[in-house]
Design a protein. Structure first.
Lengths: 338, 301
């Protein structure tokens, strides 16, 4: 548990670390998904190719989109791209940098899936078993088999239990051949991806380092600004809610005083804070009324000095917010216990 | 738990440690990759050699490139190499030192892959089973030329019906494996001797300039890190100020337009500060809309 927390803290230490962490998790998830997936070749002539290539290409596409979805910065990029110019110019370099860095991270899990699939070999064996060169690997001299029959027999290569073409071509030979091709493709794919990554990473300092530093700074700035703005708004909403609710309770207790014609006994100093916190509501009936009023008729989103004493609003639902009149201000100041 | 934390702290203590850690991880990853890779020799005359040598040499290239990519110092070195001179001279000895240390670390994982492959033997058996001299082995001695190539190619596949019961199959397999393991151990021995000599004899040559190069390469690395951290700090403060300015300007606009001063209860000072003069649903909506439609300029002077 502690270990997990430490690793989590390490990754959260900065934004980039965090994104790299998500990237790594998705790559691991993709290998896990592949090993948990129960591959079942249909062993029928036209279905094999569709199934094999589908398993090879559709999950990477899903993982790529998932990589974008899980990346918090995608909404930031979209916002920055679509916002009106206003008083702040838009820098296409920054947008391009943000998009490239997100796309690079999103490409890792799909690349892992494709490599693992190719290195394992089942997909290619399933997809291309009907294209095995029977002349070189087996006995093409099977006169009584038509082309369609041969296709049907070859399509059963991945399914050893129902394979009936041992005289045409040995199952093991065909499987090894297809697997060898698949693994060669897999390693070439991994080599290509690694070379591309290496080139992208090493050519950047040679060509556009200054522009890169600028884009990186401003993209980081936009991210931080958005977070700080959200925090400031959250703080503001909290204070707003606090004052709104205080004013609601004040209004309630004023109404109760007016309605029941007895002043709440201001207990002497030693009762202190507890009495104040009760806000003048000291029995079950009153509390129930307060709760009902809160549910039926929430106060308006308007924090100027409190509303008129007759009815906090629960008797007058749906009324637009009223601006206070002057005399109320003194009352508010008197009852203000903040 | 404590041990794990100590190890993590040790590795994070300096950038050299981090690089050594990454190097070690890649080496472990290379062994794991080899054990989890399902080696299946095609057992066909032309394909065997390509497959066997491919498996022996392509993953090391990939591991080498990974070692270069994952090493932060390679970027630092490239930047130092390509930067304009400016006010600071470039020291080629430092760049050379950084380059050699990066290369050495990147070579560990590929070498481990090659050594493990040779010690295991499957790759070499697959690649060279077609190249052994059939006369040495009884089971293959009196077979025609074409047939013998086919049979030898099938040697790595134990279950193949053609060679399953051929006693010489095991003999060829053992022969090739013996060569493979001998090669593996020899390479390992040579490399360790070379590393040992390099480390031992290094102080005899140019120790002072080596210390200088190491110091300055460390410095460049640290300087870059601190620059990035300072930029982060700066952008945070910049954003904070920008947002405060924005709220202030909104408050002033509201004061101008609505002419109603927010109530000044004595006790409400703390909350008032946080509310920043925005106390109404419409005002909040206006603030949020303005934030989207007209972001403030990047100027907090």
């Amino acid at each position: 548990m502690d270990k997990f927390r430490m690793i989590f803290q390490f990754f959260q230490s900065n934004q980039e670390s965090f994104m790299n962490g998500i990237c790594g998790i998705m790559a691991l998830a993709s290998t896990q998904m592949y090993s948990a997936f129960d591959f079942n070749c249909p062993c029928l002539p036209h279905y094999n190719l569709a199934y094999g290539l589908g398993i090879l290409l559709v999950p990477p596409f899903i993982l790529f989109l998932l990589g974008f979805v899980l990346n918090n910065n995608i909404s930031m990029l979209a916002e920055e791209w679509r916002r009106p110019q206003g008083q702040r110019g838009k820098d296409p370099d920054v947008l391009r940098y943000m998009f490239c860095s997100m796309a690079q991270r999103a490409m890792i899990a799909p690349a892992v899936w494709v490599s693992v699939t190719l290195l394992d070999g089942k997909c290619i064996t399933c997809a291309f078993c009907t294209s095995v060169p029977v002349e070189t690997l087996g006995n093409a001299s099977h006169p009584h088999l038509s082309q369609g029959e041969i296709q049907r027999v070859l399509a059963r290569i991945p399914c050893k239990e129902i394979y009936n073409g041992q005289q045409l071509i040995a199952n093991e030979v065909a499987v090894r051949y297809l697997r060898c091709i698949s693994q060669a493709l897999g390693w070439c794919f991994v080599l290509l991806m690694t070379t591309l990554a290496f080139l992208v990473r090493s050519l950047r300092p040679c060509f556009s380092q200054a522009a890169f530093l600028k884009s990186r700074y401003w993209s980081h700035y936009i991210d931080i600004e958005r977070k700080l703005f959200d925090e400031t708004c959250a703080e503001h909403a909290r204070s707003f809610a606090k004052v709104c609710i205080q004013q609601f309770f004040e209004g309630m207790s004023r109404d109760l005083v007016a309605a029941h014609c007895h002043l709440p006994r201001k207990a002497p100093a030693d009762a202190g804070e507890a009495a104040e916190k009760l806000l003048g509501i000291t029995d079950q009936g009153t509390m129930n009324m307060a709760l009902k009023s809160w549910h039926r008729c929430k106060p308006p989103l308007h924090l100027h000095p409190p509303a008129l004493p007759t009815g906090n609003g629960w008797a007058r639902e749906g009324q637009p917010p009223m601006h206070p009149s002057m005399p109320q201000r003194e009352t508010a100041a008197y009852y203000s216990w903040v | 738990m404590d041990r794990f934390r100590m190890i993590l702290q040790y590795f994070q203590s300096s950038s050299e440690s981090i690089m050594n850690g990454i190097c070690g991880l890649l080496a472990l990853a290379s062994v794991k990759m080899y054990t989890s890779f399902d080696f299946s020799c095609p057992c066909l005359p032309q394909y065997n050699m390509a497959y066997g040598l491919g498996i022996m040499f392509v993953p090391p290239i990939i591991l080498f490139l990974c070692g270069l990519i994952l090493n932060r110092q390679s970027l630092v070195m490239l930047e130092e190499w390509r930067r304009p001179q400016g006010h600071r001279k470039k020291d080629l000895a430092v760049i050379r030192y950084m380059c050699s240390s990066i290369m050495q670390r990147a070579m560990v994982a590929p070498v481990i892959w090659i050594v493990v492959t040779l010690l295991d033997g499957k790759c070499l058996i697959c690649a060279f089973s077609g190249s052994v001299d059939p006369e040495k082995f009884v089971g293959f001695a009196n077979v025609s030329m074409v047939q013998v190539q086919q049979l030898l190619a099938k040697v790595p596949c134990k279950d193949n019906e053609l060679v399953r019961n051929n006693t010489s199959r095991k003999a060829v397999s053992r022969y090739l494996r013996c060569w493979s393991q001998a090669l593996g151990w020899s390479i390992l021995l040579i490399l360790i001797i070379a590393a040992f000599l390099a480390r031992w004899l290094r102080p005899c040559f140019n120790q002072a300039s080596l210390l200088q190069a190491r110091h300055w390469s460390n410095y460049i690395d640290i300087e870059q890190k601190i620059f990035e951290e300072t930029c982060c700090e700066h952008s945070r403060l910049f954003a904070h100020k920008c947002i405060l300015h924005f709220f202030e300007s909104m408050r002033q606009e509201i004061k101008l337009h609505s002419c109603s001063l927010p109530g000044e209860g004595e006790g409400a000072e703390g909350e008032e500060d946080l509310l920043r003069g925005i106390t109404d649903q419409n005002q909040v909506n206006k603030l949020l809309k303005t934030w989207y439609y007209e972001k403030p300029p990047l100027d907090v002077s």
